[in-house]
Design a protein around this ligand. Structure first.
Ligand code: PRP
Ligand code: MN
Ligand code: MG
Length: 184
């Protein structure tokens, strides 16, 4: 699949699986007191694979909501402009909300999301991201759960896209620069 476009596998399917289980366990322990009132907010479209695997790995019940925001378009660097493509369709006031993201790159999307969601007065608001890039530390974000800190390469797969492609890869790989320098 996508032969030749992936320069190398950064995180294998098994490594993702193990990490998802580990994160789900941690979250389960931290939310024991909440008594099944956890609300996962998945950020479409990137987080879709992580969200569904994470929810199934979580030992306690949780409700699933989705929001769609976009900052990238089809460029490989973040524009900082965040648009709501789909808002939550329920009130999150007094709910224990856990944002589920695939990646924090510049941190701009998440920083915007945290502001936006906290203004809706949730009982608590935390973040669980599968991946985080080094640039993200330039924005001081309270991210409680991080799967992998990864190098500053353009990565795709397991929900992450380049120009809407590669989301369906079961692993995370770094995209061969030829893909985004050839003008395709
Ligand atoms: C990607 C990714 C994160 C965000 C991270 O989403 O899924 O949501 O960018 O980048 P940042 O930290 O620099 O803001 P994108 O906007 O590409 O939309 P998508 O999830 O639909 O691919
Ligand atoms: Mn996204
Ligand atoms: Mg994207």
């Amino acid at each position: 699949m996508y032969d030749g476009d992936i320069a190398s596998v950064l995180i294998s399917e098994q490594q993702i699986k193990d990490k998802v289980t580990e994160l789900a366990k941690q979250v389960d322990e931290d939310y024991q007191d909440v008594g099944g009132d956890l609300l996962l907010v998945g950020v479409l479209k990137g987080a879709v694979m992580f969200m569904t695997d994470f929810a199934r790995a979580l030992p306690q019940p949780a409700q699933l909501e989705f929001m769609a925001v976009s900052s990238y378009g089809s460029s490989t660097s973040s524009s900082g402009v965040v648009r709501i493509l789909k808002d939550l369709d329920r009130d999150i006031a007094n709910r224990h909300v856990l944002i589920v993201e695939d990646i924090i790159d510049s941190g701009l999307t998440l920083s915007w999301l945290l502001k936006n969601l906290s203004s809706r007065n949730p009982a608590s608001l935390e973040v669980c991201t599968l991946l985080r890039k080094p640039d993200a530390v330039q924005v001081d974000l309270p991210v409680k759960y991080v799967g992998f800190d990864i190098p500053n390469e353009f990565v795709v797969g397991y929900g992450l896209d380049y120009a809407e492609r590669y989301r369906d890869l079961p692993y995370i790989g770094s995209l061969d620069p030829k893909v985004y320098t050839s003008g395709v």
